[in-house]
Design a protein around this ligand. Structure first.
Ligand code: URA
Ligand code: URA
Length: 257
């Protein structure tokens, strides 16, 4: 089997998709399957297009205007300057426990920018966002909508690991907010994907349930913003994979729009 097809099948299983699983049920030689003569080459199965069955772009949701004027946000003129500032940051308690800061990474001109909650253990050790188990799942999800990790920009609400991976506290989120705002201003993505309720709360400055926030296209400073489940939540609850697959396909359509 071609590596591309293998990868696609794995992604479908990961995402809880059943199209491919159904197709795969009838294997050549299995009871009920038409016998495949050795002389007839099996046509190479093409990965299905993510557009097939993708939901329509939903209605407008919340609008957040320009982030609060902060001189630092405007002063940084490159992502590396922002990363340097994060590297020396001692504005909140989280700096005391960090091994490394995790500023974020990806294409500085990315059309899609993803925001998670905060670094976990692997991220704290490597200085890179989403490289643990949740990160592998995120990479697969991106692959399923035809995007390589390198093509997007991935960062978090807070840039240092909270102890025991707890949710960042309001003062920690506030201390880190200028970095995220600066990254958004510099990357200027076409679409923002908020991964989980914490990212949505930080970006939209509104505490809502994920149920309230999903299925709408919010606006961050004029940039369409879609909210979906956090990949770590998907690892705990596979029932959320199908709705996530819908959300990311909405975001993907907005990228192309
Ligand atoms: N979870 C997050 O929210 N961010 C990461 O970078 C990794 C896991
Ligand atoms: N509930 C949340 O708050 N976040 C998730 O990612 C999933 C469910």
């Amino acid at each position: 089997m071609d590596e591309l097809v293998r990868r696609y099948l794995r992604q479908q299983v990961e995402l809880g998709g059943n199209e491919v699983l159904m197709e795969g049920k009838t294997r050549p030689g299995a009871a009920g399957a038409a016998p495949t003569p050795a002389s007839v080459p099996t046509p190479a199965r093409q990965p299905k297009d993510w557009r097939v069955g993708a939901p329509p772009i939903p209605e407008a949701g919340l609008t957040i205007l320009a982030p609060a004027g902060d001189d630092a946000v405007l002063a940084w003129s490159s992502l590396s300057q922002v990363a340097d500032a994060i590297g020396g940051c001692t504005k909140c308690f989280l700096c005391q426990g960090r091994t490394r800061v995790v500023p974020g990474e990806g294409d500085p001109r990315a059309r899609l920018l993803l925001v998670g909650e905060g670094p976990g253990q692997t991220e704290d050790q490597t200085g890179r966002p989403f490289v643990g188990r949740a990160g592998e799942l995120l990479t697969d999800i991106l692959g399923a909508i035809g995007l390589a990790r390198e093509q997007v920009f991935i960062c978090n609400v807070v840039k240092c690991r909270p102890p025991q991976n707890r949710k960042p506290l309001p003062d920690e989120m506030a201390a880190c907010a200028p970095y995220l705002a600066a990254q958004l201003r510099l990357v200027e993505p076409k679409v923002i994907l908020a991964l989980g309720a914490t990212a949505a709360e930080a970006l939209l400055n509104a505490k809502r349930s994920l149920a309230d926030l999903r299925g709408k296209v919010h606006s961050y400073h004029g940039i369409p913003l879609v909210v979906t489940y956090h990949p770590a939540a998907l690892l705990r609850n596979p029932n959320w994979k199908k709705p996530t697959w819908d959300d990311v396909r909405i975001a993907r359509q907005l990228v192309d729009r």
